[in-house]
Ligand binder design. Structure first.
Ligand SMILES: Nc1nc2c(ncn2[C@@H]2O[C@H](COP(=O)(O)OP(=O)(O)OP(=O)(O)O)[C@@H](O)[C@H]2O)c(=O)[nH]1
Ligand SMILES: [Mg+2]
Length: 228
């Protein structure tokens, strides 16, 4: 009985995620679901990316947290539309929360939308939001063993950033151990070591992201051509 209830919830979420995705595609909004442990640097990476791209793209953000509007306030200070979603205890965003949050954004004015998930390495992977890309941030103080302990998220993502590389000299973080763990789970994942503090590595991430958006624009263009 319990199992079928869980299946129903996930099934309903997938349905709403598909509707979100259809809306994003219709409006031409490229959407990223940013996942990581608490404090890994999700908001910091979004801030860095906004700084790099705001002259070229219209960026928006939705921030999922159990409580407070600290993250949305941080991003709004950079002059972008940002909506805070308080999950009221839930450890992840779901598609319905995103759908509700979208009503607070002017979708015609957004090219790139960040969905900052709740800080958690397990739950967010179970809930599609309608995003085009799943982004994971791991950070050096969390340790080089994280791919081995939390294989689900490392397996599920399209791109992995290793943040806080500026702290490497202070830590026992072994990059080879980390990379081996990641490669065993997700050999094709795009990988960027970065420091949101110093800015090191951020340019490579931003260039990759722009290239992904161009690929998405081509998909949308081909779909329009096929409809004609
Ligand atoms: N040394 C160092 N600190 C960083 C770096 N990136 C972020 N931080 C710091 O790490 C802390 C957490 O960063 P956030 O960007 O708020 O992390 P988050 O993942 O959004 O956190 P939650 O939303 O609370 O889960 C802040 O004090 C940042 O200043 C980095 O590259 N190096
Ligand atoms: Mg944050």
């Amino acid at each position: 009985m319990k199992v079928s209830v869980v299946k129903d919830i996930l099934g309903a979420n997938e349905q709403i995620a598909l509707e979100n995705r259809r809306l994003f595609d219709e409006k031409g909004i490229f959407v990223l679901n940013v996942m990581a442990a608490p404090g890994a640097g999700k908001t910091s990476l979004i801030e860095r990316t906004i700084e790099a791209l705001r002259d070229w793209l219209r960026i928006g953000a939705m921030d999922g947290d159990v409580a407070s509007s600290i993250d949305a306030d941080r991003l709004a200070r950079l002059g972008i539309p940002a909506v805070q979603i308080n999950t009221g205890g839930a450890c992840h965003l779901d598609a319905n929360m995103v759908r509700r949050g979208l009503s607070s954004l002017s979708l015609e004015d957004i090219d790139l939308l960040f969905l900052e998930n709740v800080g958690n390495l397990i739950c967010p992977t179970g809930f599609e939001l309608g995003e085009h890309l799943k982004v994971m941030i791991s950070s050096t103080p969390e340790g080089d063993d994280k791919p081995y302990k939390y294989p689900g998220m490392f397996s599920a993502v399209d791109v992995l950033l290793l943040n806080k590389i500026d702290l490497m000299p202070l830590l026992d973080f072994d990059m080879d151990t980390f990379r081996r763990g990641v490669e065993a789970l997700n050999p094709k994942v795009a990988f960027f070591p970065v420091s949101c503090k110093t800015g090191e590595g951020v340019q490579a991430w931003v260039e990759w992201l722009l290239a992904q958006r161009v690929r998405r624009l081509q998909v949308w263009h081909s779909a329009l051509e096929a409809e004609r």
